[in-house]
Design a protein around this ligand. Structure first.
Ligand SMILES: NC(=O)c1ccc[n+]([C@@H]2O[C@H](COP(=O)([O-])OP(=O)(O)OC[C@H]3O[C@@H](n4cnc5c(N)ncnc54)[C@H](O)[C@@H]3O)[C@@H](O)[C@H]2O)c1
Length: 258
């Protein structure tokens, strides 16, 4: 039996990049997905491409009513809910000294508040229906290290790690697991600058595994945490970055033991 047979998952930000690839792979492993996104054209196209086991729902994660409607849509369409992946993000990069309240709020509202609202909406359904659940929230190596000049991104992503730990702890008694994935640089529309071969090669050169990440690298970690293979894993974070965020000593000049 495929590992997600009869399972249903909502994927926010599922119209693009890591979310879209996770949706494809969840269905390949037997499941059904609701692709929740504000980009209706792209989200609808990804759902069409995947086929009958995928449906698009217009979900704005920054709006609590929209999150609740997304959960209701999953139930009315597929009759149940087993998983949630929070992948939606907006960017507002700039130096903190110049960061406007508007750009701060744009990133925090989608990345952190949106993760809170969507997780809360799914968890309320699981608790009310005495059903188990699994949530995977997308943080970043930028949630572990300060991503200078990226505006509110690092603060948002650090918040996602702690929010997930707290949800995991509060909901363990309901058998609802909440974990975080921290990708490193991954080739998606969000990181379109890596289409420049020189940038991509330079990034591969400073990554211990000698390549930049692909959406399927991240999707595989997300699917593990959604699956029963991770039934004893909660309030944890999985770093998927080719070793980048722990490679400090490879950049240290003048070492004796090269
Ligand atoms: N690509 C990387 O290098 C990288 C690295 C670390 C972490 N991440 C994280 O992984 C996640 C996915 O990144 P990606 O590269 O696939 O991004 P992406 O830009 O390809 O996809 C993000 C999606 O979020 C959607 N979205 C934006 N606002 C929304 C809202 N209010 N409600 C619902 N959906 C909304 C967008 O329409 C888009 O489809 C993000 O949380 C990102 O921070 C990505």
């Amino acid at each position: 039996m495929a590992r997600f047979e009869d399972r249903v998952c909502i994927i926010t930000g599922g119209a693009s990049g890591i979310g879209a690839e996770t949706a494809r792979r969840f269905v390949r492993d037997g499941g059904k997905v609701v692709i929740g996104d504000v980009d209706e054209a792209l989200g609808g196209a990804v759902a069409d491409e995947i086929g009958d086991a995928a449906a698009f729902a217009p979900i704005d994660v920054a709006d609590p009513e929209s999150c609740a409607s997304g959960v209701a849509f999953a139930i009315s369409t597929y009759g149940r809910l087993d998983g949630l992946v929070n992948s939606a993000i907006r960017m507002g990069p700039t130096a903190l000294v110049d960061l406007s309240l508007e750009d701060w709020s744009k990133v925090v509202d989608v990345g952190l508040t949106g993760t809170f609202l969507m997780t809360q909406a799914a968890g309320r359904w699981w608790i009310d229906n005495d059903a188990p659940g699994a949530v995977v929230n997308l943080s970043s190596t930028g949630g572990l290290q300060p991503y200078n000049l990226a505006g509110a991104y690092s603060t948002t992503k650090a918040g996602v790690i702690m929010l997930s730990k707290q949800f995991g702890l509060e909901w363990a008694r309901h058998n609802i697991r909440v974990n975080t994935v921290c990708p490193g640089h991954t080739e998606t529309p969000l990181t379109a600058y890596m289409r420049d071969p020189a940038v991509k090669q330079a990034r591969a050169d400073v990554t211990p595994l000698h390549r930049v990440g692909q959406p399927d690298d991240i999707a595989e970690g997300i699917l593990y945490l959604l699956s029963d293979d991770a039934s004893y894993v909660t309030s944890s974070e999985l770093v998927i970055d080719g070793g980048m965020s722990t490679s400090l000593f490879t950049h240290m000049p003048g070492r004796k033991w090269d």
